[in-house]
Design a binder for this molecule. Structure first.
Ligand code: ATP
Ligand code: MG
Length: 479
């Protein structure tokens, strides 16, 4: 063969780029970038099928992007390109230029040799991806805190995730950190609202000042005011000492009002006044205190419905909801699960001086589960696995006895929604995939492109999978 190229999809840009070549100069190789579907290489990638061009000079699809074949004089040159595939997923394209032998029948033989080579390349590429992924997981967990200073840093970098959903959250954190704007964090329980509140504080100009949290759900109604604004000595029975409230403690720093939906209506009025006037009095006192506080609130409740029903004041709602940041449930960023598993394994192994690893099937099972308790549930699950594991490697068969029930429920849930083939490993994985696909589609209102984005796959892949699993909307959900 005259020339040969291995073109792979760059996960960052989504473009195809020549990674290795034979017979091309550095410059020519660098020019070899294609969009999916573009030119012969792009077509082979898109369709997953080989293409043979018997005579390069006569084919309009040939782009000559690299410029390596500008002076095509002399003998007839053919081009053969085969997909590099692993488990049905196309990773790239293997292409070669070959002098035309005069026998069109010889292409079949060439193609079968090239397909075998492409198979070997595919396995090597996959392996390379896996080790790169492991290295990234290690890097993440390497950033564990060693001392106080690092501890602070962790609150910024301690949010693990690579899904586009969490990347958007990172972007929002960086933007709001630069201002004093009031932020409201929304999201189901365990999605990381508190972690994000701390990250905003630690990346803001207030980082050196206190971060004060008030867990509104835990405060008895009659103590609310005193918790927020403090009290003077003798203000009420039991107030034997003067006590500063959270607003005073958070002066020049950040006040995080967690579970804001649990603030009683009477306190809501007072809170609103403080937010409007930036001043307050301690309970039982008449001296006015002026504070400079950045406010972040969080809730998993449907505040809008509470406003409608009168359980939450509308004016306070607008005061607090200046910039909302919504944390997606783990189900919608399932791509982050493997990363989070690695992160928490590292964390709890270190804490418990262990070196527990999870088998591939176990990780796959966990990656396919819907985690109703979100990241917190996943974290608890890993902590328990690390603490209870008998040996360093935990597999489906050696799950610690105390966790058996939990995992068999997980398997059950992952399987429901599927009525076939759940007994073999591939069947199990398929059922997980089908289940997840269906949920993503439901959440996206069956808009395929939206569901594909949430899952981090291409529109083409989702279309294929929908056909494969014969997925259709439930008639009930459409009515
Ligand atoms: N993206 C993430 N990366 C690493 N750890 C995370 C991430 N998200 C959440 N966690 C961890 O999961 C646990 C739950 O997070 P957090 O307490 O912030 O959730 P929450 O949204 O406040 O939940 P709740 O509404 O139940 O209070 C914490 O231990 C947190 O450190
Ligand atoms: Mg919380």
């Amino acid at each position: 063969m005259k020339r040969g190229t291995i073109t792979l999809r760059d996960p960052a840009s989504g473009e195809l780029a020549i990674q290795v070549s034979h017979g091309l100069s550095q410059k020519e190789q660098a020019r070899g970038r294609y969009r999916i579907g573009e030119g012969i290489t792009g077509k082979v990638f898109e369709t997953g099928k080989p293409i043979v061009v018997p005579d390069l000079r006569a084919d309009r699809r040939f782009l000559n992007r690299t410029g390596a074949r500008t002076a095509l004089v002399g003998p007839q040159l053919s081009f053969l390109a085969v997909p590099i595939k692993v488990h049905g997923e196309t990773l790239g394209v293997l292409g070669v230029d070959r002098l035309f032998s005069g026998d069109p029948g010889s292409f079949d033989e060439d193609l079968s040799v090239l397909s075998i080579v492409a198979l070997l390349i595919g396995q090597a590429v996959k392996l390379h991806h896996l080790t790169a992924q492991e290295r990234r997981e290690l890097l993440v967990s390497d950033q564990e805190p060693q001392n106080e200073l690092r501890e602070k840093h962790r609150s910024v970098g301690g949010i693990v995730g690579q899904s586009s959903a969490i990347q958007e959250v990172f972007g929002a954190i960086a933007r709001v950190a630069q201002s004093q704007v009031t932020v409201m964090l929304r999201g189901e329980s365990g999605t990381g609202k508190e972690l994000v509140a701390k990250a905003i504080h630690h990346s803001s100009a207030r980082a050196e000042r206190p971060f004060i949290r008030l867990h509104c759900a835990a405060v008895p109604e009659m103590l609310f005011e005193s918790e927020l604004f403090g009290h003077e000595r003798g203000a009420f029975t039991g107030a034997t000492e003067m006590r500063k409230g959270r607003f005073e403690l958070a002066h020049q720093g950040t006040l995080f009002l967690d579970e804001i939906g649990d603030i009683p209506l009477a306190t809501q009025v007072k809170l609103l006044r403080v937010l409007q006037e930036q001043r307050f009095e301690r309970v039982g006192g008449n001296q006015t205190h002026v504070v400079d506080v950045r406010l972040i609130s969080a809730t998993h409740q449907d505040l809008e419905a509470m406003v409608k029903s009168g359980a939450f004041r509308e004016d306070l709602y607008y005061r607090l909801n200046v910039v909302p940041i919504t944390l997606p449930p783990l189900l919608e960023r399932a791509g982050d699960i493997p990363l989070l598993i690695g992160h928490f394994l590292q964390k709890y192994n270190k804490q418990n001086r262990r070196a527990v690893r999870l088998s591939t099937e176990l990780r796959a099972l966990m990656a396919g589960y819907h985690w109703p308790g979100n990241v917190r549930e996943l974290e608890n699950c890993i902590e328990r696995l690390v603490v209870m594991a008998d040996a360093d490697l935990v597999t489906l068969r050696t799950i610690p006895t105390t966790l058996r029930g939990y995992f068999s429920d997980m398997r059950h849930v992952s399987r429901t929604g599927l009525d076939y083939g759940a007994h073999t490993l591939t069947g199990g994985l398929e059922s997980i995939e089908r289940d997840r696909l269906k949920k993503a589609l439901e959440r996206a209102g069956w808009v395929q492109a939206k569901a594909a984005r949430a899952l981090g796959i291409s529109p083409r892949q989702i279309a294929y999978k929908i056909r494969k699993y014969r997925l259709v909307p439930d008639t009930t959900s459409l009515s």
